[in-house]
Design a protein around this ligand. Structure first.
Ligand code: DC
Length: 228
Protein backbone atom coordinates (compact mmCIF):
# COMPACT_ATOMS: atom_id res chain seq x y z
CA UNK A 1 0.00 0.00 0.00
CA UNK A 2 1.25 3.48 -0.81
CA UNK A 3 2.99 5.22 2.06
CA UNK A 4 1.41 8.61 2.44
CA UNK A 5 2.56 11.97 3.73
CA UNK A 6 0.11 13.19 6.34
CA UNK A 7 0.24 16.82 7.51
CA UNK A 8 -1.33 18.08 10.72
CA UNK A 9 -1.28 21.83 11.18
CA UNK A 10 -3.03 24.07 13.64
CA UNK A 11 -2.57 26.37 16.62
CA UNK A 12 -0.85 25.27 19.83
CA UNK A 13 -2.94 23.25 22.21
CA UNK A 14 -5.33 21.79 19.64
CA UNK A 15 -4.04 18.23 20.26
CA UNK A 16 -1.65 17.95 17.30
CA UNK A 17 1.18 16.17 19.15
CA UNK A 18 -1.04 13.56 20.77
CA UNK A 19 -2.90 12.86 17.53
CA UNK A 20 0.20 12.84 15.37
CA UNK A 21 1.81 10.22 17.64
CA UNK A 22 -1.40 8.18 17.81
CA UNK A 23 -1.83 8.25 14.02
CA UNK A 24 1.80 7.28 13.42
CA UNK A 25 1.40 4.37 15.89
CA UNK A 26 -1.81 3.10 14.26
CA UNK A 27 -0.39 3.31 10.74
CA UNK A 28 3.18 2.19 11.62
CA UNK A 29 4.37 5.49 10.23
CA UNK A 30 7.11 7.82 11.51
CA UNK A 31 6.02 10.78 13.58
CA UNK A 32 7.85 14.06 12.97
CA UNK A 33 7.34 16.76 15.58
CA UNK A 34 8.56 19.84 13.68
CA UNK A 35 7.94 22.11 16.69
CA UNK A 36 10.59 20.08 18.57
CA UNK A 37 13.05 20.86 15.76
CA UNK A 38 12.44 24.62 16.09
CA UNK A 39 12.79 24.26 19.86
CA UNK A 40 16.16 22.50 19.44
CA UNK A 41 17.44 25.37 17.27
CA UNK A 42 16.25 27.86 19.90
CA UNK A 43 18.05 25.91 22.63
CA UNK A 44 21.25 26.03 20.61
CA UNK A 45 21.03 29.82 20.16
CA UNK A 46 20.53 30.10 23.92
CA UNK A 47 23.51 27.89 24.69
CA UNK A 48 25.77 29.77 22.29
CA UNK A 49 24.38 33.14 23.52
CA UNK A 50 23.66 34.10 19.91
CA UNK A 51 22.17 37.52 19.27
CA UNK A 52 19.09 36.87 17.10
CA UNK A 53 19.86 40.02 15.10
CA UNK A 54 23.27 38.68 14.10
CA UNK A 55 22.46 36.98 10.80
CA UNK A 56 26.01 35.71 10.24
CA UNK A 57 26.13 33.94 13.56
CA UNK A 58 22.68 32.45 13.00
CA UNK A 59 23.69 31.24 9.54
CA UNK A 60 26.89 29.66 10.87
CA UNK A 61 24.92 27.91 13.60
CA UNK A 62 22.37 26.63 11.04
CA UNK A 63 25.15 25.22 8.85
CA UNK A 64 26.71 23.24 11.68
CA UNK A 65 23.66 22.13 13.66
CA UNK A 66 22.76 18.44 13.70
CA UNK A 67 19.16 17.62 14.62
CA UNK A 68 17.81 14.10 14.49
CA UNK A 69 15.22 11.89 16.13
CA UNK A 70 16.09 8.70 17.99
CA UNK A 71 13.24 6.21 17.82
CA UNK A 72 15.11 3.21 19.21
CA UNK A 73 13.42 3.33 22.64
CA UNK A 74 9.76 3.42 23.66
CA UNK A 75 9.71 7.23 23.67
CA UNK A 76 10.83 9.32 20.73
CA UNK A 77 13.87 11.45 21.67
CA UNK A 78 15.29 14.49 19.91
CA UNK A 79 19.06 14.76 19.61
CA UNK A 80 20.86 18.09 19.26
CA UNK A 81 24.43 17.54 18.08
CA UNK A 82 24.15 14.03 19.49
CA UNK A 83 22.79 15.04 22.92
CA UNK A 84 19.29 14.06 24.07
CA UNK A 85 17.54 17.42 24.64
CA UNK A 86 13.94 16.10 24.78
CA UNK A 87 13.36 17.58 28.25
CA UNK A 88 15.56 20.67 27.85
CA UNK A 89 13.50 21.99 24.89
CA UNK A 90 10.26 22.06 26.92
CA UNK A 91 11.15 24.75 29.48
CA UNK A 92 9.11 28.02 29.43
CA UNK A 93 12.28 29.98 28.50
CA UNK A 94 12.90 27.84 25.45
CA UNK A 95 9.20 28.03 24.46
CA UNK A 96 9.34 31.83 24.47
CA UNK A 97 12.57 31.99 22.52
CA UNK A 98 11.33 29.43 19.98
CA UNK A 99 8.55 31.74 18.81
CA UNK A 100 11.22 34.35 17.91
CA UNK A 101 13.71 31.89 16.43
CA UNK A 102 10.97 30.31 14.28
CA UNK A 103 10.41 33.71 12.62
CA UNK A 104 13.98 33.86 11.23
CA UNK A 105 14.06 33.05 7.48
CA UNK A 106 17.41 31.21 7.61
CA UNK A 107 16.17 28.97 10.42
CA UNK A 108 12.95 28.19 8.53
CA UNK A 109 14.93 27.39 5.37
CA UNK A 110 17.31 25.06 7.22
CA UNK A 111 14.49 23.16 8.88
CA UNK A 112 12.37 23.13 5.72
CA UNK A 113 15.16 21.23 3.91
CA UNK A 114 15.61 18.85 6.81
CA UNK A 115 11.86 18.20 7.13
CA UNK A 116 11.59 17.50 3.40
CA UNK A 117 14.48 15.02 3.60
CA UNK A 118 12.89 13.28 6.57
CA UNK A 119 9.50 12.96 4.87
CA UNK A 120 10.28 12.49 1.19
CA UNK A 121 9.78 8.71 1.15
CA UNK A 122 6.33 8.92 2.71
CA UNK A 123 5.05 6.86 5.62
CA UNK A 124 5.21 9.95 7.81
CA UNK A 125 2.94 12.10 9.93
CA UNK A 126 4.32 15.61 10.32
CA UNK A 127 2.83 18.08 12.76
CA UNK A 128 3.49 21.80 12.78
CA UNK A 129 2.21 25.13 11.52
CA UNK A 130 3.10 25.20 7.81
CA UNK A 131 3.40 21.54 6.78
CA UNK A 132 0.44 21.38 4.39
CA UNK A 133 0.98 24.92 3.09
CA UNK A 134 4.79 25.17 2.70
CA UNK A 135 6.78 22.04 3.62
CA UNK A 136 4.67 19.43 1.80
CA UNK A 137 2.06 21.24 -0.31
CA UNK A 138 1.49 17.92 -2.16
CA UNK A 139 0.89 15.85 1.00
CA UNK A 140 -1.84 13.27 0.33
CA UNK A 141 -3.75 14.12 3.51
CA UNK A 142 -3.79 17.49 5.26
CA UNK A 143 -5.60 18.15 8.49
CA UNK A 144 -6.11 21.53 10.09
CA UNK A 145 -6.81 20.82 13.72
CA UNK A 146 -8.29 23.61 15.80
CA UNK A 147 -10.25 24.26 18.98
CA UNK A 148 -11.41 27.48 20.60
CA UNK A 149 -8.74 29.42 22.55
CA UNK A 150 -10.97 28.97 25.61
CA UNK A 151 -10.88 25.19 25.28
CA UNK A 152 -7.15 25.02 24.45
CA UNK A 153 -6.36 27.25 27.42
CA UNK A 154 -8.47 25.05 29.65
CA UNK A 155 -6.67 21.89 28.47
CA UNK A 156 -3.29 23.51 29.11
CA UNK A 157 -4.46 24.64 32.56
CA UNK A 158 -5.57 21.09 33.47
CA UNK A 159 -2.30 19.62 32.13
CA UNK A 160 -0.24 21.97 34.30
CA UNK A 161 -2.48 21.38 37.31
CA UNK A 162 -2.06 17.62 36.91
CA UNK A 163 1.71 18.20 37.09
CA UNK A 164 1.23 20.10 40.36
CA UNK A 165 1.84 23.52 38.76
CA UNK A 166 -0.62 26.15 40.03
CA UNK A 167 -1.65 28.62 37.31
CA UNK A 168 -4.55 30.94 36.70
CA UNK A 169 -7.15 29.76 34.14
CA UNK A 170 -7.83 33.21 32.62
CA UNK A 171 -4.11 33.92 32.36
CA UNK A 172 -3.50 30.57 30.65
CA UNK A 173 -6.25 31.36 28.11
CA UNK A 174 -4.72 34.82 27.53
CA UNK A 175 -1.30 33.19 26.92
CA UNK A 176 -2.81 30.84 24.34
CA UNK A 177 -4.38 33.82 22.56
CA UNK A 178 -1.04 35.72 22.60
CA UNK A 179 0.80 32.74 21.07
CA UNK A 180 -1.90 32.41 18.39
CA UNK A 181 -1.39 36.01 17.45
CA UNK A 182 2.44 35.67 17.31
CA UNK A 183 2.21 32.47 15.23
CA UNK A 184 -0.30 33.80 12.72
CA UNK A 185 0.98 37.36 12.29
CA UNK A 186 4.69 36.77 11.64
CA UNK A 187 6.02 37.58 8.20
CA UNK A 188 7.69 34.26 7.37
CA UNK A 189 5.63 31.08 7.20
CA UNK A 190 2.91 32.09 9.62
CA UNK A 191 0.36 29.55 10.80
CA UNK A 192 -1.49 28.98 7.57
CA UNK A 193 -4.37 26.72 6.68
CA UNK A 194 -3.75 25.04 3.30
CA UNK A 195 -6.71 25.58 0.94
CA UNK A 196 -7.20 21.81 0.59
CA UNK A 197 -6.85 20.97 4.28
CA UNK A 198 -9.59 19.07 6.09
CA UNK A 199 -10.79 21.08 9.09
CA UNK A 200 -11.33 19.29 12.36
CA UNK A 201 -12.57 21.27 15.34
CA UNK A 202 -11.64 19.32 18.46
CA UNK A 203 -13.39 21.70 20.91
CA UNK A 204 -16.01 19.17 21.95
CA UNK A 205 -14.37 15.95 20.74
CA UNK A 206 -12.26 13.47 22.68
CA UNK A 207 -8.83 12.36 21.40
CA UNK A 208 -10.22 8.96 20.39
CA UNK A 209 -13.10 10.59 18.48
CA UNK A 210 -10.67 12.79 16.53
CA UNK A 211 -8.35 9.82 15.94
CA UNK A 212 -11.08 7.63 14.47
CA UNK A 213 -12.32 10.48 12.28
CA UNK A 214 -8.78 11.01 10.94
CA UNK A 215 -8.20 7.28 10.38
CA UNK A 216 -11.49 7.02 8.48
CA UNK A 217 -10.42 9.83 6.13
CA UNK A 218 -6.91 8.38 5.67
CA UNK A 219 -8.23 4.89 4.92
CA UNK A 220 -10.49 6.25 2.22
CA UNK A 221 -7.51 8.02 0.62
CA UNK A 222 -5.41 4.83 0.74
CA UNK A 223 -7.94 2.76 -1.15
CA UNK A 224 -8.15 4.04 -4.72
CA UNK A 225 -11.65 4.80 -5.93
CA UNK A 226 -13.00 5.66 -2.49
CA UNK A 227 -11.32 9.03 -2.04
CA UNK A 228 -13.38 12.10 -1.50
O1 DC B 1 4.31 22.99 18.47
P1 DC B 1 5.27 23.64 19.42
O2 DC B 1 4.61 24.40 20.52
O3 DC B 1 6.32 22.69 19.95
O4 DC B 1 6.05 24.73 18.55
C1 DC B 1 7.05 25.55 19.10
C2 DC B 1 7.16 26.85 18.33
O5 DC B 1 7.65 26.62 17.00
C3 DC B 1 5.88 27.67 18.18
O6 DC B 1 6.18 29.02 18.51
C4 DC B 1 5.53 27.59 16.72
C5 DC B 1 6.82 27.23 16.04
N1 DC B 1 6.64 26.30 14.91
C6 DC B 1 6.70 26.82 13.63
O7 DC B 1 6.85 28.02 13.46
N2 DC B 1 6.56 25.99 12.56
C7 DC B 1 6.39 24.66 12.73
N3 DC B 1 6.28 23.85 11.65
C8 DC B 1 6.31 24.13 14.03
C9 DC B 1 6.44 24.98 15.11
Amino acid sequence: MKKLIIAIDGPSGAGKSTLSKALADSLHYTNIDTGAMFRAVALQTMRQSIDLNDEQQIEAMCRSIDIRFDRSGTEERILLNGEDVSAAIRTPDVSLLTAQVAALPVVRKTLLNLQRQMGENGGVVLEGRDIGSVVFPDAEVKFFLSATAQQRGKRRYLELKAKGIEVDLDQTIAEVEARDLADSSRQHAPLLRAADAIDIDSTSMSISEVLSKMLGIINRRMIPGTER
